[in-house]
Design a protein around this ligand. Sequence first.
Ligand SMILES: Cc1ncc(COP(=O)(O)O)c(C=O)c1O
Length: 567
Amino acid sequence: MRAPVVVVVVVESFAAPSPRARVVHRVARAPRPPARVAVVVRPVADVVDAGAARARIASASRCDVGRGFAIVAAPRTSTRRRANRADDESARVRAGMRATAPMPRVATARARRERATRATGRWTRVRTATAPRARLGARTNASAAETLRFLTPEDVRDVAAAHGTPTYVYDRATLDAQAARARAFPNAYGLTVRYAMKASPNAAILKTFKKAGLHVDASSGYECERAMKAGFAGGEISLSTQELPSFFEDLVRRGVKVNACSLDQLERFGRAFPGGEVGVRFNPGLGSGGTGKTNVGGPSSSFGIWFESLPRVKEIVEQYDLKVVRVHTHIGSGSDPAVWQKVSGMSLDLCREFPSVDTLNLGGGYKVGRMSYEKSTDLAVVGVPVKEAFEAFAKETGRKLKLEIEPGTFLLANSCAVVTSVQDKVVTGTAEGHTFLKLDMGMTEVLRPSLYGSQHPLVSVSKAGELPAAQADYVVVGHCCESGDLLTPAPDEPETISERRMGEVNIGDYVVIEGSGAYCAGMSSKNYNSFPEAPEVMRLADGAGFAVIRRKQTLEQILANEVDFTA
Ligand SMILES: Cc1ncc(COP(=O)(O)O)c(C=O)c1O
């Protein structure tokens, strides 16, 4: 038997988030993880809220102790910060445990004040409005190593001159290359790759992927209509939705494949199509996402039918004489590959329950590094054990299941950049202040930093179309009247501003927001402050220039549906 390993963590300040989770995570990730790990954490002296900390550790201990992990001393930290991070879930999974419910973030004024104080090292006043406000003071100085991915500095200048700023620029070559990589996903008995069109639903992108042999994952009835308008046949679209549309019967008659995502959806389908073929989306009891907000599995998630409701699913299936032909699971965006692989096994177990199932859809969620220091999931690697599991399943049951995957981020994330202009520069004092760059875009184009604390590469380009030689530290903000409209939050902390080291720029120069393909144009806070939707262009293959794929919205279009009213 392997000897126990004792890891000693010294917590020196409140800034160390969830040390237990980190250590357990790291140790469990080791190539030969020890059989037993004891985590010893020396408590900090400056305790503010030891009660909350002890409660957190107690709940953590409940799931860790007895499963190969023991907490022999607890950190006393004042906050439950990051309690719902995917890392915690990953650590549990790697240790062979079941999912536990993520804990909600503490969002009280007091907690915010404490966080701000920790970051600045001094007592800090924060605003106590109900809406989250960015707090001041953190300095992370992320690396200045970010570069343009497919544009040249001259391209940036030319796009700005031809289309104005901000403009989304997609790259056809990257879209095609990612589609080819996805279609090479290891599989035993056939593969369908569905583009999760919520990532960016423009018809030009849909047509590009149709040509590349992809099918579609739609998440609303309207997305189904949009995909069909772009040329997809109904039979090439599967619908997994939180809201089964009132017109779903029409979609099914046109060939769209429904994955019932709740017991009620399954009943509605059964009533409308007794004897019909249907897919069932399960929540396998486990989730993993790059952030708590993109984790869509486990007991804290409403997505899919809870796996323990299997008997009820079978009753409904029998009642309406349905044929379950697909099992579907999707556990989050930016998932930990180890969790995803584990869920693949659990999903195969669900296929065992329905002899009529011929297809297993394992969703999307493959992690993509946008920043140079972030890692991407290699599909060719993560798919191998899944292929082997399909083969073992076939050997055991005689059933050769087809595989479906439905990536969005993988196909889109690094296939688009937003070209923006610096429209203002503001300095707040010296030692404690910052130099703010105000761009002519913001949460109206790229919401992810404000929503998730996501990091996007920011690359400076001069007015003349050159990369600046000098570097500077900036807080980069958007144009909305909202202190949370922030392009440089601290990682995973949308409420915390941080400085970014990047090329020195002035008013009128450009900043390119890289990694803006997935969940940007399709997920913006559209028309907030009445800013119009930015245009989208496609960089054509072989240097054939840029084609407009969506024009800039006009003020008339923003107002189009308002009805005259005499007050
Ligand atoms: C059901 C389903 N499939 C696929 C995806 C695509 O996920 P990703 O963009 O992380 O690959 C999503 C994203 O939310 C989803 O909800």
